[in-house]
Design a protein around this ligand. Sequence first.
Ligand SMILES: *[C@@H]1O[C@H](CO)[C@@H](O)[C@H](O)[C@H]1NC(C)=O
Ligand SMILES: *[C@@H]1O[C@H](CO)[C@@H](O)[C@H](O)[C@H]1NC(C)=O
Ligand SMILES: *[C@@H]1O[C@H](CO)[C@@H](O)[C@H](O)[C@H]1NC(C)=O
Ligand SMILES: *[C@@H]1O[C@H](CO)[C@@H](O)[C@H](O)[C@H]1NC(C)=O
Ligand SMILES: *[C@@H]1O[C@H](CO)[C@@H](O)[C@H](O)[C@H]1NC(C)=O
Ligand SMILES: *[C@@H]1O[C@H](CO)[C@@H](O)[C@H](O)[C@H]1NC(C)=O
Ligand SMILES: *[C@@H]1O[C@H](CO)[C@@H](O)[C@H](O)[C@H]1NC(C)=O
Ligand SMILES: *[C@@H]1O[C@H](CO)[C@@H](O)[C@H](O)[C@H]1NC(C)=O
Ligand SMILES: *[C@@H]1O[C@H](CO)[C@@H](O)[C@H](O)[C@H]1NC(C)=O
Ligand SMILES: *[C@@H]1O[C@H](CO)[C@@H](O)[C@H](O)[C@H]1NC(C)=O
Ligand SMILES: *[C@@H]1O[C@H](CO)[C@@H](O)[C@H](O)[C@H]1NC(C)=O
Length: 854
Amino acid sequence: MSVWLVYALLFSLIGQTEQDGHPVPIEEVKMYTEETYCASSDCGAWVLKVTWRDKFAENNESEKVSYDIEVLHTQQMKTVHFETIHVMPNKTSYYHWRWTSPIPLQCTSHSVRLRRHNELNIGEWTPLYTHKGQDLNAATTTVYPHDQVFAVGSNITFCCIVETDKRPLSEFLIRISNRTYITKPVPFEEPSTPNIHCDVEGNPSGSTIFIGYPPDDQNLTCITRNLTSLECIWEKGRNTYLTLNRKTTYTLDGRVCEYRKCVIHELKKQVTNWTLIAKNPLGVKTLTDTADPTHRVLLRAPSKISHDAYARNVTLRWSWNEESYALFPMICQVKLNGNIYNKTFNGMGLTSAVLINLQPFATYTAQVQCGSYEHFYEWGDWSEITEFSTKEDIPEAVDVWIHYSEQTTSVLWKPLTQQQSHGIITGYEISIGKIKKDLKTQLCYNITSGNEKSDRIITVSAKNSAGPSPPSTIIIPSYPDSEVDISRINGKNGGFEMSWEEYPYSTCGYVVEWFPTYKKTQCAVAWEKIPKCDSGACNTWNRSGIFEEGVRYTVSVYACTDDSPKLLKRSEGYAIEKQPGKVVNLKGENKGRNVELSWDEVPLEQQNGFIQHYEVIILLSGSETIFDPVTTEEPKVNLKLDPGSYTFRVRACTSEGGGDYATHKMNVEKSSDQIIAATVVGCSAATLIFIIISVLCYRKRKWLKKLLYPDIPEPKLAGKWITKGFYCTQMTEGYMKCEIQEVHSLEHPAISGSLRVLDLISSNPKVVPAQHFYQNISESPADVSYCPVQKLTSIIENPSYNMTIPEPVGVAQISDLTLEMQDSYLPAPNFVQNNFVVKGSDCYKPQSASATNA
Ligand SMILES: *[C@@H]1O[C@H](CO)[C@@H](O)[C@H](O)[C@H]1NC(C)=O
Ligand SMILES: *[C@@H]1O[C@H](CO)[C@@H](O)[C@H](O)[C@H]1NC(C)=O
Ligand SMILES: *[C@@H]1O[C@H](CO)[C@@H](O)[C@H](O)[C@H]1NC(C)=O
Ligand SMILES: *[C@@H]1O[C@H](CO)[C@@H](O)[C@H](O)[C@H]1NC(C)=O
Ligand SMILES: *[C@@H]1O[C@H](CO)[C@@H](O)[C@H](O)[C@H]1NC(C)=O
Ligand SMILES: *[C@@H]1O[C@H](CO)[C@@H](O)[C@H](O)[C@H]1NC(C)=O
Ligand SMILES: *[C@@H]1O[C@H](CO)[C@@H](O)[C@H](O)[C@H]1NC(C)=O
Ligand SMILES: *[C@@H]1O[C@H](CO)[C@@H](O)[C@H](O)[C@H]1NC(C)=O
Ligand SMILES: *[C@@H]1O[C@H](CO)[C@@H](O)[C@H](O)[C@H]1NC(C)=O
Ligand SMILES: *[C@@H]1O[C@H](CO)[C@@H](O)[C@H](O)[C@H]1NC(C)=O
Ligand SMILES: *[C@@H]1O[C@H](CO)[C@@H](O)[C@H](O)[C@H]1NC(C)=O
């Protein structure tokens, strides 16, 4: 609040002392200072007001007049302001002028003089009128301004009045009088409470000022809470940073208020204006609000809220503390478990509400709030929270299914969820025909049904304290499943997708049932009911995320009918395959020169996926020889191998890769076929030669005799020729090496068309030669030739001979004789150019021959 202080006091009597006929018409000059708000007086005055009267202006109405006004610092006689003002003549001829000084007027004496001028001439200056500064009589060091409030962003010049002959030490550098020093303008950009010090030896002083903002209050709103009084509220807006006696004060329609506590104890039921004036030392803000108070009703909270709960509904009751609400039409809403209940309630002074469609046996919290029904303004305050529990109700019907397995028929049902139980389930009641049974927690019941239809109707109910659920009925077929083919289903994204033909007699949709095929227990059956629907895409089912990996599931689809369920489709498959277990019973058998390796398939529970093929790895002991792995789909394989000690490793492969290897060690020995063949060929050849020689010798016996030994009468054919054409050498370990010298030259085998080198006959038609070298001579694409990389022994074989002697002679019988033909070295092809598809788990899948060659 501004305070007017009258300071200067001056009388101009000078007008009378006329000088040269130029009288000064300005009289009654008065000077005032207008002090800004301050707790004590004399904090700092910034506004100088000057009033005067112009004698000439009286009754000189048409004249346009101007005045020059000059302000000086009295001691230094230094002009600090000069201004010319133009005025319209005033009948009363009184004028005022107002000037804001850049320094507090207390800092030093200020003098003012005026002169009048019109269009024709300039008048004389009045004498100086002086407003005295505090530097004339201050007893101690004094700083101006002090304890004053300024707006953020102000630039303030401080002055310090010191004792004569002393100088301030800091900041106050500009001398404006014998005892006064001022600072440069100091900017204050932030709200604060700064202290300014004037350090003078022996007598320092200082000042505190307050930097803040003018009021910024907003949004005046007047409401009524009890229909008899008005309460007005508003928002503070920006903080003023001013406290105590500098903080904002409020008046509402002339009544002094505290912030947000403005009550008007009268209520006119008509449109009313309310005006709030917010004021602080830096400014004033006026807020208004206009409304009909009856449209501004904000109801208080209902009190003493209580409840009356049943299984599915509750009645909430409350009361009102305000008498005036009794006849007030109101609308109320309820917050149930944190969500607004979708229905509202209304009535005169409403005190209850019924909530329906509640969940039985559940705990709820509720709260109520109300507003004006006729002129809704805003919801009133929330009541306290009331907590209640609904009572038990009969459970929902259970989901029943039947399952047949190995002559046993079981009825299964799913446990009810907490939502479906409507209480604590105390047991189940199953009725088969006329027989009733009570079960405690069991969810599966084996039945032996008769053939009467009434005996095949089974109902199941769950019970809680409120009673049994509606019965769920299922009818057992009079004859077992009409069998369907079991197809294979492939897992997809860790689950199964089933689709089926629509079944025209389905009345209630379909049921998809699934269980682990091998690890089945009678009650470990899951099912899902698919309700009947009209759109075409209902005959599909899709589930994932619930199946174990490596477990085979049987998934069946039944049609739900008025009678018993009808099996439509059954599939088996793995949702997620794993690597399989080991093959069992791996054994090898020497069949002639072939080795037949066979095994039993992986036990069903360990297959962990569909077995795609087997992989066989052949290792020759004590040799670096690398054979290509063999793959086969059958659980056996025929191999043609050189004699030696072999280790066979076999494993099964699913789509996820190969399992562990089963291992079998075995010696491969020369087969009797070869021995017999070699023996027969050798003996035949020897005999033939012997006969030829005999015949020749007989025919030419005379010539021979004549030529050689005419005296020798009888040649000894047998002994000599045998040892010459075909002779054998005893070798180590009972082996005998025989040589036929005149039969074939094996350097360039003439029988190469039928040459097979270490043939392997695989039963797998997809398996093809791994080396193109052999492919050319291989008659059937089903035959695979495998060669050791190093020394290769060629064995000549007569295919037709093989055919005529189907069963080889037991190896043991002739093992003491090995017929070794002359070794032949075949050009070694680049054997190890294997072409495999190596899948994640090292399961080999040879590619086709054409791909190899390409
Ligand atoms: C009107 O003003 C003139 C000067 O501008 C002055 O001479 C004259 O005396 C004034 N009249 C009266 C009645 O004061
Ligand atoms: C004229 O004089 C009266 C009386 O002093 C004053 O209230 C008014 O403001 C003056 N008019 C002007 C234009 O100065
Ligand atoms: C204060 O001074 C600064 C520069 O010194 C100027 O930009 C600003 O406008 C001044 N503020 C006021 C309120 O005069
Ligand atoms: C100011 O100081 C000067 C010289 O020191 C002195 O003559 C003069 O009287 C002083 N004025 C006042 C008003 O004290
Ligand atoms: C109405 O409420 C105001 C406060 O808002 C209170 O001062 C006044 O006494 C109340 N009047 C009645 C009749 O309860
Ligand atoms: C004032 O009301 C307006 C509109 O309702 C709102 O946007 C503004 O934030 C309110 N002001 C304050 C300080 O709450
Ligand atoms: C309220 O104030 C407005 C403007 O300030 C005015 O037009 C209106 O007549 C006033 N209403 C009442 C009831 O005073
Ligand atoms: C609330 O439930 C009870 C018992 O279930 C019933 O008797 C009553 O009629 C229900 N009330 C309403 C309003 O639905
Ligand atoms: C409220 O919700 C219930 C169930 O959520 C519904 O049956 C009822 O129609 C809804 N009522 C209204 C008024 O929306
Ligand atoms: C039902 O029978 C199967 C075998 O027939 C048996 O394994 C299972 O334990 C029986 N279940 C019940 C609940 O009796
Ligand atoms: C199966 O479910 C998956 C997601 O759960 C969905 O993306 C896919 O389209 C469904 N397939 C069918 C045939 O419903």
